[in-house]
Design a protein around this ligand. Structure first.
Ligand code: ZN
Length: 165
């Protein structure tokens, strides 16, 4: 992309699969990848903008998915599958989606699943600083040693997995 020649940012195309039948999440993730999405996210079963029940399970069963976003009251079994399939679970800075951050962090730590902290940015004012991200991670109950993983190591792992760094 030409943007990086003008602005000091690196744009990565991605897709967030939202409000789809659970039976076709795998198919849609593969299709998005073929169409050029470098990062595949599935909109999880957040408390405030719920998708059909079973979305979390279907998403963490699909190795093509990179991140299960705002997974709400994710179960231990779903988090174990996420770990097995190398899918990160999201701590969200977005109002509403963040209501279950503490639960998501607790379940992920319990099974050893990767966490990432995302903004779910819809508008420029949704973007946050590293300092705010750190505070949100603390607020989710993440121990300090896990915050660095969620803010830096795990995102880099996703970029490496997809050949982006
Ligand atoms: Zn979403």
């Amino acid at each position: 992309m030409d943007i990086k020649n003008n602005w000091d940012i690196h744009v990565i195309p991605g897709a967030e699969i939202t409000h789809v039948p659970v039976e076709i999440i795998d198919k849609l993730a593969n299709r998005a990848r073929k169409l050029g999405a470098e990062i595949i996210v599935v909109h999880g079963e957040t408390l405030v903008e719920p998708v059909v029940s079973g979305t979390n399970l279907s998403a963490v069963s699909c190795p093509e998915v990179d991140i299960l976003a705002h997974p709400g009251l994710i179960t231990i079994e779903e988090a174990e599958l996420a770990k097995e399939n190398d899918i990160a679970l999201e701590i969200s800075s977005r109002k509403g989606h963040c209501l279950s951050n503490g639960h998501v962090a607790k379940v992920a730590l319990e099974v050893g699943a990767d966490l990432v902290l995302d903004t779910d940015t819809h508008a420029p004012e949704d973007l946050i600083t590293c300092e705010t991200a750190y505070k949100i991670a603390l607020g989710a109950g993440l121990p300090r040693k896990h915050i660095k993983k969620a803010l830096r190591d795990n995102p880099q792992k996703i970029l490496k997995k997809n050949g982006l760094i």
